[in-house]
Design a protein around this ligand. Sequence first.
Ligand code: FAD
Length: 364
Amino acid sequence: MAFNSADINAFKDIWVFCEQRNGELMNTDFELISEGRKLADERGSQLVGILLGHNVEGLAKELGGYGADKVIVCDDPELEVYTTDAYTKVICDAAMDLKPEVILLGASNIGRDLGPRCAARLNTGLTADCTHLDIDMDKYVNFLETSSTLDLSNTKFDMEDVNLKMTRPAFGGHLMATIICPRFRPCMSTVRPGVMKKAPFSQERADACVVEKYPVALAKDDIKTQVLDVVKEAKQIVDLIGADVIVSVGRGIGKDIQKGIELAGQLADAFGGGVVGGSRVTIDSGWLSADHQVGQTGKTVHPKVYVALGISGAIQHKAGMQDSELIIAVNKDETAPIFEIADYGITGDLFKVVPLMIDAIKAA
Ligand code: FAD
């Protein structure tokens, strides 16, 4: 069974797929619930978190604290570890039954895998990697304003005219495309982690959140893959999204890569608990691992302090860091585009400037 445009007025509620791993919710869940709350208020609909796993019901109220009116819990031992087959089946069953108008997922590895599968099975569209969401209510407001003069018995507002507007970078980040999904429901979107702001937690909201169990009906034939073992990567992954201070390096460290990364680390420590990031060049060249990449195809960050060392400020890099609270750039080229968005710009050789910065911070 798949949906079609004839069903469109039957769809309601905004759903957020809430990802958990080993019984822990992800930061993206709170960001999406907070953003979903704003959309639901604007749209006048209910915000529902959908949580899959095994013995995860205890996590539901926390989602309520960030704005979910209701959390639907799908509990089954087969959902303890993520598999595409099982998660797709369960979400699609629930969506076909309960008919959400919107489904939002984080653009994590799981969200990027699960979202398109569900969209294909539900016969709807998905906009990937969104950086902004909005509800287009103009036609509805216009309808309400004009309907007082109309005979309402003969008029009905067509919900096709209320759409989720999903914005994402296109053409290598050179323009922002706003996309709507007018004739199909649910509207589906994956949203970049770190872009949406997390609302403050409210205990009152958490207490008011309704938690509902949804029956899981998984047959043997529904699951074509089996997870035998989960091997965690031994190395420490850098947490760019949660960091207050990020010192990023670019191709400018090229004449002494080791020293450049060391200096960035020392500067990050001098600020107190900062972490090292990098432009794509540093990842493509193998100087830093992929979890360090900031930018359009890396992480979107908004730390309190972002330091760009030897980074030119290409549009794709800026897309990931331009919303940082304070930007400091060090570049030997005074015309480098990074200076256009920097709060403090230092023209000079980073290998000479950074030690002076470290000394100055320590002396302060
Ligand atoms: P460069 O542009 O080469 O700049 C190096 C800078 O270092 C120069 O400004 C130079 O003046 C300065 N410099 C050199 N030596 C010194 C020194 N000793 N002291 C001080 N300054 C010095 N890029 C990203 O970063 N993140 C992304 O997510 C990303 N995604 C992309 C997606 C697409 C589809 C495409 C097409 C590109 C993407 N890029 C991304 C690549 C991006 O276009 C740039 O190529 C990249 O950001 C440039 O990295 P850079 O600033 O380190 O290097």
